[in-house]
Design a protein around this ligand. Structure first.
Ligand SMILES: Nc1ncnc2c1ncn2[C@@H]1O[C@H](COP(=O)(O)OP(=O)(O)OP(=O)(O)O)[C@@H](O)[C@H]1O
Ligand SMILES: [Mg+2]
Length: 1006
């Protein structure tokens, strides 16, 4: 229990419901009503809708409970916080625990596997549930990450004497210090290091805001009672102009963009925000198209007041640097409104915590390839279509990054490939250098592995967080960056001196310009000074010892929690409350012990080196001097009491004591020698005695004083280092961005070597289409090779201006022979090429694509009242409306979900439109062979000078044995046989069924 006392402040109820050694328990707290708060409850203005909505319930409860204020003050405080933040789950720190009360305990404790206790109070029993403070991250993960809820954390702050009187004797005040929502994570342990964590606000201009379906009564928006309703619901809704703003609080990245409502879904699927923010005014607007669209998409939406209009030039207080003039001029009014809405929301969630964001970047100016939502899904770019998992996705297949920032950058690039030839070739040049100059790649790779996630580290400091470990991580990243800079500069001079044979090793020209560009972006002067200051100030060894001590404290808390659950709860509770893993592996908690306990411990662990400041070195020499006095005193007391085992100690219960054990304890003289002070025995057991001796009490207090001053001085030095980090925010972030790019490029080079990829040639020429020779599918190839099978490469020539190849390829052929694979591989090669990655092909030349569209496979959305065919038609409609001559479209079996005649007609009409109106590059696969005839009849085929080329897959059959193999290589021509029965046979369709089917086939064919 000593350790327990060392970690838990002595003033609070440590054990829920159980009367233990506490100086204040709920029963002792002042009872009775608290004057009602005078401040406006403006926090209640922000509400959230999401997966599990208990807001209404909570509001009702709130009203009911307001009439009964006779709770103990702590509970009353919690009630008040719950009322203020009606959309959040409130966790209140009470000593070593976080507690939930009332309906929050009833509703959420079961989801967290916590036991709900009924606390007796003067008013009525109150439901409560809690967990030890060091498990906060784990429970936050469940609440915020898994259940998508917002959590308000009320921390306790010691009341000064006057506040104590005002609060009716309360030792602590409990204030909400932060509201954690899925989109506003900072450095929580459960934040996904490999993806950005965006919160996105959407603003509809005032005039558009009320746009409901014309003539539609919002209260009956789902009741499509007559034909007109149905028709109007199916018509494309009127376009709204939306302002979007999104930011990642963990890195400070901040973007704005304007978009049309029709492309909102795709933009959201590109950004993949964790949380959306809409204007509070829209909350009651049930018929609003935007709101219903977002609700259908099951997005987590928070409604927040718009606040006063602030000009973007006034955003500076939350930005690391002011917004540049050119960006200020280009920001649209909708973007500014969205930015205000977002900043207002985030500030409210951070509750006064200051933040430093990067100035907003306008997405419109970024030149990116648009990938619509269904392509993102169908091409399995970030997750598989069937299971929604990462493994099997394109990102999984190509990710070789070694830093978290690099992984996030790759993720962003894949969602938004570039359309800028300069940007793409810059990336490719870098990959090429790393591919051919192996030494350099290995050096950079090793240095990258020494780098920490500096974007997120730096942001922690910007938000007033960060600990000495973070400083050390930052310092080692800065040193690694310096070494990297040297390595890169050396490589450049070697290349310039011609020692690396450009052309000998690489098929294309080999220019160090791309490295120079990166090197010149790196800023080292300020950061290096910072790194030196950190290394000189922080005592790594001391820090280690401190961590060990803290881990011991956590162990003690665990022991306490174990005791609580075993004496009060069931085995299930134990499983719920106690961490599964060794707590020492978890992130260390600071502030667990009271300052006094910490300083008084015999094992001293200091985070700063004694020479980190003049004051510190003076204090440390004083400490050494007093430590010498302590040893001398110990020696003299041992002699005085003839007790060689005597030690000088401090315990929370007894203060400064002389501790004696074994036979010495028994031999202690009952009365001291004449003229000497009588030691007061303050505690004794069978084999030990603890005595108070005034000399030790005095010396002990002096030691404590010095320790307290050392700790205070350490904190001062630490905060000046923190300030220095903030002063270096801009160069540190820029360096981090360079490291990320380097990481992606090194990863691409590794991938290219491993999988034999080639550098694609990108052209900014509308006459250049796709000229891909021996293209392969990046993920299917890998899957096949794991089974020992090989992938057959295929060429793709669409859209080239020579007229030799068509703008579209119409592909027929048997089931299972590789049509869909071919379509997808060309889309993926295009995306990879524009991301800057090398591609799986023997040769690739691609005219830059502005947008990627795909219509693949079935994606019922029965939940949204849309059948398979309806979804297919909606996706097709979007493509036909939006594809431009620079777009790339793949369409797989359009029209198959209905009767063949209708399907054929629609499919042909789509192909006709794509090739003659959209004039985009397209690959079109179908089993409706009649389309090929229609194409020829319409004179659309290449031989007659049209834009449609016919290609097909095939199978090879052994007539005698009936064996067959798929020929996955495409050839020119039409294949009118789908060989569906063969697939049916392989799939295990019963023989009788196959026989019937064969007979019918024979009849039809005859
Ligand atoms: N080029 C290739 N080389 C080797 N194997 C391939 C190739 N293309 C496809 N395959 C294999 O064939 C399987 C089926 O391919 P795919 O789905 O593309 O056929 P399909 O022609 O679209 O069939 P369906 O008409 O039934 O949709 C793939 O899963 C893969 O295992
Ligand atoms: Mg297919």
């Amino acid at each position: 229990m000593v350790l327990l006392a060392a970690t838990a402040p002595r003033t609070t109820t440590q054990v829920r419901g159980k009367k233990t050694k506490t100086t204040i328990s709920f029963e002792d707290l002042p009872q009775g009503p608290i004057p009602s708060p005078t401040e406006e409850l403006e926090e209640a203005a922000t509400t959230t809708t999401g997966a599990n909505d208990t807001d209404e319930k909570s509001k009702k409860n709130t009203k009911a409970k307001k009439a009964e204020p006779e709770y103990p003050t702590v509970i009353q405080q919690a009630r008040r916080n719950m009322d203020k933040l009606s959309n959040c789950i409130l966790l209140t720190r009470v000593g070593g625990f976080y507690e939930m009360y009332f309906e929050h305990a009833d509703d959420y404790a079961p989801l967290l596997n916590l036991k709900v206790a009924q606390k007796k109070t003067n008013a009525r029993p109150v439901s409560m549930a809690g967990f030890p403070f060091f498990q906060l991250d784990r429970f936050l993960k469940t609440l915020v990450q898994d259940l998508n809820r917002s959590v308000a954390i009320a921390e306790e702050f010691p009341n000064d004497p006057s506040a104590k009187v005002k609060s009716g004797g309360l030792m602590h005040d409990r204030r909400v210090t932060r509201v954690i929502t899925p989109g506003t994570l900072i450095d929580e342990n459960f934040i996904d290091p490999y993806t950005s964590n965006y919160v996105l606000s959407i603003y509809i201009s005032e005039s558009d805001a009320g746009a409901t379906v014309e003539g539609e009564d919002p209260s009956h928006s789902n009741a499509l009672e007559n034909e007109e309703d149905i028709v109007s619901a199916l018509l494309p809704p009127p376009e709204l102009t939306l302002g979007l703003a999104w930011l990642d609080l963990s890195t400070g990245q901040f973007y704005v963009q304007t978009c049309l409502s029709s492309s909102l879904s795709s933009v959201i699927s590109r950004i993949t925000p964790r949380e959306l923010v809409l204007d509070k005014a829209l909350e009651s607007d049930a018929g609003n198209r935007l709101v219903s669209l977002l609700t259908e998409d099951r997005q987590l939406v928070a409604y927040s007041p718009k606040g006063d209009r602030v000009e973007p030039s006034d955003w500076t207080s939350v930005l690391e640097t002011p917004i540049s003039e050119s960006v200020l001029e280009s920001l649209s009014s909708a973007e500014v409104e969205a930015g205000n809405l977002l900043l207002n929301y985030v500030k409210d969630r951070l509750r006064g915590l200051s933040m430093k964001l990067q100035p907003p970047v306008r997405y419109q100016d970024m030149q990116i390839m648009a990938i619509d939502k269904s392509s993102m899904r169908a091409l399995e770019i970030k997750q598989t279509m069937r299971d929604g998992v990462f493994r099997g996705s394109l990102l999984h297949a190509i990710r070789r990054t070694v830093t978290k920032g690099g992984a996030r950058l790759l993720n962003e690039w894949l969602s938004a490939p570039s359309t800028s030839l300069n940007a793409i070739s810059g990336r490719q040049d870098l990959v090429e250098i790393f591919l051919y100059v192996d030494d350099l790649r290995q050096t950079v790779l090793q240095l990258l592995k020494r780098c920490h996630d500096s974007q997120r580290l730096v942001q922690k400091f910007a938000l007033g967080r960060g600990d000495p470990d973070d400083l050390l991580s930052l310092a080692s990243t800065i040193y690694a960056t310096e070494e990297m800079c040297i390595a890169l500069k050396n490589a450049v001079s070697t290349m310039e001196s011609g020692s690396v044979g450009a052309g000998e090793l690489s098929p294309s020209s080999f220019s160090p310009t791309c490295i120079n560009i990166l090197v010149t972006k790196i800023r080292l002067t300020g950061p290096l000074q910072l790194a030196r200051r950190i290394r000189d100030a922080i005592d790594q060894e001391g820090l280690e010892t401190q961590h060990q001590l803290q881990d011991r404290e956590t162990g003690a808390m665990l022991a306490l929690a174990e005791e609580v659950v075993t004496t009060q709860g069931s085995g299930e509770d134990a499983a719920a409350v106690l961490p599964k893993k060794d707590p020492s592996k978890k992130k260390r908690q600071s502030g667990a012990a009271s300052i006094r306990e910490y300083y008084a411990s015999d094992t001293e662990a200091w985070m700063m080196r004694p020479d980190a400041s003049a004051a510190l070195s003076r204090l440390h020499s004083k400490l050494r001097e007093l430590a010498g006095e302590k040893m001398a005193l110990e020696e003299s007391l041992r002699k005085r009491f003839s007790a060689p085992t005597l030690t000088l100690k401090w315990t929370p219960m007894l203060g400064h004591i002389c501790h004696v054990k074994g036979k010495d304890a028994k031999a202690l003289p009952a009365t001291p020698p004449p003229g000497e002070e009588v030691p007061i025995v303050v505690s004794s057991s069978r084999s030990t005695r603890s005595l108070h001796v005034s000399e030790w009490t005095t010396l002990g207090n002096r030691l404590d004083q010095v320790r307290i001053r050392i700790r205070a001085e350490e904190n001062r030095v630490f905060s000046s280092l923190r300030q220095a980090v903030i002063r270096n925010l801009v160069p540190l972030r820029r360096n981090a961005a360079v490291l990320e790019e380097m990481d992606v490029a090194v990863g691409f080079a590794g991938l290219a070597e491993e999988q034999g990829l080639v550098r694609p040639i990108l052209r900014n020429d509308p006459l250049v289409g796709h000229n891909i020779v021996g293209g392969r599918h990046p993920t299917v190839e890998k899957g096949l090779s794991e089974q020992g099978r090989s992938f057959v490469g295929n060429d793709c020539f669409v859209g080239s201006g020579s007229g030799q190849h068509g703008r579209s390829w119409l592909i027929t052929g048997p089931n299972m022979a590789g049509k869909s694979t071919f379509l997808r591989q060309n889309a993926l090669i295009t995306i990879l090429a524009q991301v800057g990655c090398f591609v799986p092909a023997d040769f690739a030349e691609i005219g830059i694509v502005d947008a990627m569209f795909s219509r693949m496979g079935s994606a019922d959305s029965l939940y949204h009242g849309q059948s398979t065919f309806m979804v297919e038609m909606m996706e097709t409609a979007a493509i036909l409306r939006n594809a431009t001559p620079r777009s790339f479209v793949i369409m797989d079996e359009v029209g198959r979900g209905t009767q063949p005649e209708d399907g054929t007609a629609i499919a042909f009409a789509c192909l006709h439109h794509l090739t003659t109106v959209n004039k985009c590059r397209s690959l079109f696969a179908t089993h409706f062979h009649k389309i090929t005839d229609l194409v020829c009849d319409a004179g659309l085929d290449v031989p007659t000078g049209g834009p449609v080329d016919m290609y097909c897959t095939d199978i090879e059959e052994n007539e005698e044995t009936g064996d067959f193999v798929y020929i996955h290589r495409l050839r020119k021509g039409i294949n009118r046989r789908s060989h569906a029965l063969k697939v049916a046979q392989v799939a295990g369709i019963p023989k009788a069924v196959l026989a019937t089917a064969s007979k019918i086939m024979a009849d039809v064919c005859n």
